[in-house]
Structure formats: structure tokens, C-alpha cells
Write a protein that binds this ligand. Structure first.
Ligand code: NOJ
Ligand code: CA
Length: 681
């Protein structure tokens, strides 16, 4: 057995370290054959590519190149200097994730281009083709005639073969906090998707979208376009042309350029995930695979966990961030109450917002990140948490004053480090100083600096108002989770999220990486505090979200008192946060989705099924359970008369012995869900 394993390991090594072979054939096919990419030069010697899936054309002739500010454009007049192909078969273990092992199998084509005349500048285009899609990027080597580079626009195109159905949010340069609109691509229009210019919102092109952009073709294929490893570059939005051509539109910098850099450099990977079923998109690891391996030497402190916190109570108006109001939430006694609840319910951390001086005057944007309000005893709290096994999760709200934050962030991390705080939530909830956009190159670099600095102080991050995830958690696993989504907070004050929202998220924003959506609200109507706002969900659906929406830091968002006397709290206590294996049982975008995950440490399985506004009957085939084992299934279901609006808190709990092959029938109420834990006997 050992010998066989050693042989396989050797074989893998050989396969993964093969030398590139020179080739004149610029077609590259995925390991399993379904995805095919063809690179070519047009008559004007413009670089272009096409993509097929199962012999079906998915992207027609799509051009590649750059418009530059201080140098002629690089889009035509090229010749191929050299080209090579390579195969790569490897697997790796993420520090945490949806699966304990990730296969990274692809075939690569690398085409070295040079201008035939003039400046004779060079660029290489590299395609990596996977069974579930592809990524490609530009690599610009060091060269005499191209040193400093200012990119006016990246001319990457995605020439779709039709006016596909798309689930999209506007190309807001500052925010992803939108509901998704389902429409034909030709109908994309930011103003119809709730966009209004604000101090912290800006859309440059109304007919453009933020990525991931997920689509369904007439033939029934599912596509999603995004980017991987966004490093020292501007975020990419997609302009939608009338002829179904999507164009990269990079988020601009203050000086009107898009990217300022110098050779040698590489762009982020442009990614296209492709599947026959919507659920195929959820299985894809292409984006994280296109990132560099872990750079951190010590990952022992990086631990996925559930957390609660002084947070929702502020958003619903029970308490305040501000000390002067007399209802200050972040007071020591209240924090200890949350920690007690955490300690009793298998919750690893307690977040505290409003602990630091400055919340009384948000406008001046110069919050101290090292001075506490007088009623917040940080030493005592950390010590109490240590005794109880609960981490204090710190909070840095910058209010967009990035220049100021840059000047104090190291001291702020040091402050937490010295006090034994290992997790920090950051926030950029406003327009920025200086006036750059949240998704610009300037901010991409800022967010990265913060991740690196946090790592230096053994701190893990949860960023709100972040740059979108592009798989950086592979390289910097301390960048654990982030917002960049219209999360639970919109139910407290923002008009709410309809039941369908969470059935769209896994297939759109969720493809990019973990989401700090903050599930777990049991008092969905919170009428005691606010009458006109509420969570559009049943309690059973809130439980199911722990499995459906992946995040290694998963919030238990409601107030401790709202979990009291609720037997459903047991599911929150039991549910895992770090997974050996993930299985997608069913799903259609905007309709429903069911996911099962096996917890790494226990071998227990957890399942979450959610639906949109429609009631749904499901037959769940438990084929994922281990053969020959018995499991005790605890089923948290919507009560027969449950309804997200009329009767959201009615649920039932039942137990049953099950095994591999058992078929469970479950009924989901309108806006409801079902959560099941499977304890291995
Ligand atoms: C917006 C964040 O999303 C939210 O979680 C936080 O409570 C507020 N900003 C204040 O920092
Ligand atoms: Ca937010």
C-alpha cells in the first residue's frame, strides 16, 4: 500500500514538473477534454482566443491587448516568437476550506508575442485550461522599450455567443452591496438595479457589471466570469456591448489611468468557469488554484470558528457604537455576557464594535484604534475570554480614511497583538480619503498591505467593504473572510433582502470566496426594537445558511437572549466551520440549493437546503454518507404552516437513524429551509 502511494506520489511529481514542450499548435484542451481554447492572430495580427465546451462554442473571437498612456497601444502587429505547452497535475491542502484536498489539474499554453516592427515590445499570454473552465493572464517581461507602464485600458474581451440570462450587480467601483438582478445581458442598466450616486458609490458605466458575472446560455450551459490573484492591479468590471461582447473595464485611479506599474509584471488571471449544471460552478476550485501557494510560515493560529458579537444589537437599535448615547453596547458586562454564551455554545470568538474612541463623531473619521471607551476593559475581557476559550475579535472601522489608517494600522495591530487578540474585523464604510475607489489599484494594494501586516502580528482578518475575493486566501490564509455582499445588516435598516437573495449568492458572489453574510437571526421580526424592518426568512433557513454560505469565520449574529429557550440553537452549537468534503446535492440560481459538508474534526456531516419565495419538496439522497456506518440525523425543518413572512419562527425537530443510500423527504416553506446534522455513531 505504502509502495503504491509512493509510486503515485512520484508519478504526480513527474507529471507536475514536466518541462514545457515547444509547439506550433495553439490549441489547448483540458485534462478531461471538455474545455478547449484556441489562440490565434488575426489578419491585423491582433491576439485573440476562442473557447469551446463539449464542442460548443462558448466564446467567439475575443481580442486581447492593452491601451497604454505613455506608449503606443499593444493590440496589433504581433507575431508569435515562441509557444509552449505543459501539463500540471497536483493536489494541495488548504489551511481551511470547503474541502481538505484540492486538485489542481490543468493544461497550459503559453504564447510569447513580439511586435513585428516598431518598438518590438513583448508580452506573453498564458492559458490554463481546467475541466471546469479556464484562466488566462498577460505576462509582460522586463524589456527596453517598455519599462514604466500606465495602462489606460486592458482590452480583454469575452465574446459571448448570445444574449445570455445573467445574474448581475452594477459595476460599482466602491461596493458589491447590491441585490442581484436577473435579466438578459442586453438589459443591464445600473439605474434599474438600485444604483444611485452617493459618497461611497460610483458607477462609471451604467451598462457594466461587477464580477463574478454568472450567466446561463440558451443551450443550458452555465458560465461565470471573474478574476484570480488580483495583485497590484485595478479590479476588473465588465462593460456589456450590444453585440454580447463583454469588455474588461478596469476601475480607474484618481489620475484617470487604470494601472501604474513597471515591467516585469503579470496581470490577474481572467477566469471563466463553465458547467452543464448550475451546481458545477459550485464545485470549481479554479479561482483559488490560480493563486500562489501559502506564503505564511506559521499558520497554527489560523483557526476557523463561529463567532458572535456586540453587533446586531447595534444595527437594530438596542444599543449603540457611541458611548455618549447612554446605550453603549461595547461595555464590559455586555461583552462578557456574549462570551458566556459563546463558551456554552461552541462559538470560538466574540466580536466587539464600538469599543474605541471616535464613534461619537463619525464625521471626523479619525477614530483611535488604541484607546478604549471608559466602560470597555480590554485586558479583563481578553483574560475572561482566555479562561473560557473565547477569542476577542477586534474591530477597525476606518470610515474610509485610508491615509490615516495606513499611518496607524501597525500600531493598532501591535496593540491587539500585545493583548492577545488574534482576529480583527476591518471596515471601510464610506467614500475614501484620498478619493480613490474601493476597487482601484491603490486600494487593492492597501488591502494587501493590511493582510501582510496583520500576518506579521499573527492576526486573521474579516474585511468589510473589501475588495472582492480572488482566491488570495490560498496565499495569505489569515485573510479569512470578507463582506463584499449585501449581507444580513440590510435586514436591520436597509429595506431587507428578499428570500431569493441567498439562493443567488452561492452561484455569484460566493464563487469568488468566503462571505461574511452573518446568518443566524432567530428573532426575525425584532419588533421590540424596530417595526418596519425584518429578516425575510424562516428560522430553519437561518440554520441552513451555516452550511450553504461558506465562511471560515461564521457569525452567530443574533442576541444571546434570542437563542435562549430555542431548541434550534443546538444546530448552531453543533454545526462545523471547517470541512473535509463538500457535496452539492441540488441547486438552481435564484431558486434553491442544497449542500452537505463533512466536518474535518469529527467526521459528522451537516446539510443545508434553502429555497426562494416558493415552497419546495425535496428528496435528499444521502449517498455522501460513509458506507456501512449509521448516523443519527437531527432534522430542523420548517413547520407545515411556516412562511418567511406570515409564520417565520415555526419549525420542527425530529431524529431518525440513516445511512448511505437513505432518501429523506423534506418540505421547505416559502422562504424556508432545512438543516440536518448527521452524527456518526
Ligand atoms: C458596515 C459593516 O458592514 C458593519 O458590519 C459594521 O457594523 C459597520 N460598517 C460599522 O463598522
Ligand atoms: Ca457593509
Amino acid at each position: 500500500m505504502l509502495r503504491f502511494a509512493a509510486f503515485i506520489a512520484l508519478l504526480m511529481l513527474c507529471l507536475s514538473c514536466r518541462q514545457p514542450e515547444e509547439t506550433n499548435d495553439w490549441t489547448v484542451t483540458a485534462p478531461g477534454g471538455a474545455v478547449k481554447v484556441d489562440f490565434f492572430l488575426t489578419e491585423a495580427r491582433m491576439p485573440a482566443y476562442r473557447v469551446w465546451f463539449d464542442e460548443m462554442l462558448v466564446l467567439d473571437t475575443s481580442f486581447l491587448g492593452f491601451e497604454l498612456l505613455d506608449s503606443p497601444d499593444m493590440k496589433a502587429g504581433f507575431e508569435v516568437k515562441n509557444s509552449s505547452k505543459n501539463t500540471f497535475r497536483d493536489s494541495w491542502r488548504p489551511v481551511y476550506g470547503e474541502n481538505a484536498i484540492i486538485e489542481n489539474y490543468y493544461d497550459e499554453l503559453s504564447v510569447q508575442l513580439g511586435e513585428a516592427a516598431g518598438l518590438k515590445r513583448q508580452m506573453t499570454i498564458v492559458f490554463r485550461v481546467y475541466d471546469d473552465g479556464l484562466g488566462f493572464r498577460y505576462e509582460l517581461p522586463e524589456q527596453e522599450n517598455l519599462q514604466k507602464v500606465r495602462i489606460a485600458e486592458e482590452l480583454t474581451q469575452f465574446h459571448l455567443t448570445g444574449d445570455h440570462t445573467a445574474w448581475w450587480i452594477p459595476a460599482d467601483y466602491d461596493s458589491y452591496e447590491y441585490l442581484y438582478t436577473q435579466s438578459r445581458l442586453s438589459e443591464v442598466d445600473a439605474t434599474k438595479a438600485g444604483y444611485k450616486e452617493r459618497h461611497d458609490r460610483h458607477v462609471g458605466n451604467l451598462k457594466a457589471v461587477n464580477t463574478p458575472l454568472t450567466m446561463k446560455t440558451e443551450q443550458g450551459l452555465y458560465l461565470s466570469i471573474h478574476e484570480a490573484n488580483l495583485t497590484n492591479y485595478a479590479g476588473m468590471t465588465l462593460g456589456v456591448d450590444s453585440n454580447s461582447v463583454l469588455r474588461a473595464e478596469l476601475v480607474p485611479a484618481l489620475d484617470g489611468s487604470k494601472v501604474t506599474t513597471q515591467t516585469p509584471f503579470v496581470t490577474p488571471w481572467r477566469t471563466i468557469q463553465i458547467g452543464k449544471h448550475a451546481t458545477d460552478l459550485l464545485k470549481s476550485n479554479l479561482i483559488i488554484n490560480l493563486n500562489e501557494p501559502n506564503q505564511l510560515e506559521d499558520v497554527s493560529r489560523i483557526k476557523p470558528m463561529k463567532y458572535n458579537g456586540v453587533w446586531w444589537e447595534i444595527h437594530i437599535g438596542k444599543s449603540s457604537w457611541d458611548y455618549d448615547t447612554g446605550i453603549h453596547g461595547a461595555n464590559t458586562a455586555n461583552v462578557l455576557r456574549y462570551m458566556d454564551f459563546a463558551a456554552n455554545n461552541n462559538i470560538g470568538g466574540t466580536l466587539v464594535e464600538g469599543w474605541n474612541i471616535g464613534w461619537d463623531n463619525w464625521g471626523n473619521k479619525t477614530f483611535s484604534l488604541t484607546d478604549t471607551y471608559p466602560d470597555f476593559d480590554i485586558e479583563r475581557i481578553v483574560e475572561y475570554g482566555r479562561e473560557k476559550g473565547v477569542e476577542l475579535i477586534g474591530h477597525h472601522e476606518t470610515f474610509g480614511n485610508v491615509a490615516y489608517y495606513d499611518s496607524i494600522v501597525e500600531d493598532a495591530f501591535k496593540y491587539y497583538y500585545q493583548r492577545g487578540v488574534h482576529y480583527v474585523k476591518t471596515g471601510y464604510a464610506a467614500g475614501l480619503n484620498p478619493g480613490e475607489f474601493h476597487h482601484s489599484q491603490y486600494m487593492v494594494n492597501h488591502y494587501r498591505r493590511v493582510v501582510q501586516l496583520a500576518a506579521k502580528y499573527h492576526i486573521c482578518l474579516d474585511a468589510h467593504e473589501p475588495i472582492k475575493p480572488t482566491g488570495i486566501r490560498r496565499t495569505y490564509p489569515n485573510m479569512m473572510t470578507r463582506e463584499g455582499v449585501r449581507g444580513m445588516e440590510y435586514n436591520a435598516w436597509g429595506g431587507g433582502n428578499p428570500p431569493s437573495h441567498t439562493t443567488i449568492l452561492p452561484f455569484t458572489r460566493g464563487l469568488a470566496g468566503p462571505m461574511d453574510y452573518t446568518p443566524g437571526i432567530f428573532d426575525v421580526k425584532f419588533e421590540k426594537y424596530r417595526k418596519d424592518q425584518y429578516v425575510r426568512s424562516t428560522i430553519a433557513k437561518q440554520l441552513a445558511l451555516y452550511v450553504v454560505l461558506y465562511s471560515p469565520l461564521q457569525m452567530v449574529a443574533d442576541l444571546p437572549e434570542n437563542y435562549k429557550d430555542q431548541p434550534a440553537t443546538q444546530f448552531i452549537k453543533d454545526v462545523g466551520v471547517d470541512w473535509e468534503k463538500t457535496v452539492i446535492l441540488n441547486g438552481e440560481i435564484g431558486s434553491h440549493v442544497t449542500i452537505a459538508r463533512k466536518e474535518k474534526s469529527t467526521g459528522n456531516w451537516f446539510l443545508g437546503a434553502i429555497t426562494n419565495e416558493a415552497a419546495r419538496k425535496m428528496e435528499l439522497h444521502l449517498d455522501f454518507l460513509a458506507k456501512g456506518k449509521q448516523y443519527e440525523a437531527t432534522i430542523y425543518a420548517d413547520a407545515p404552516d411556516a412562511h418567511w413572512d406570515k409564520n417565520p419562527t415555526a419549525y420542527t425537530i425530529s431524529k431518525q437513524m440513516v445511512q448511505k443510500g437513505t432518501v429523506l423527504k423534506v418540505d421547505l416553506a416559502p422562504g424556508g429551509g432545512c438543516a440536518i446534522s448527521f452524527r456518526a455513531e
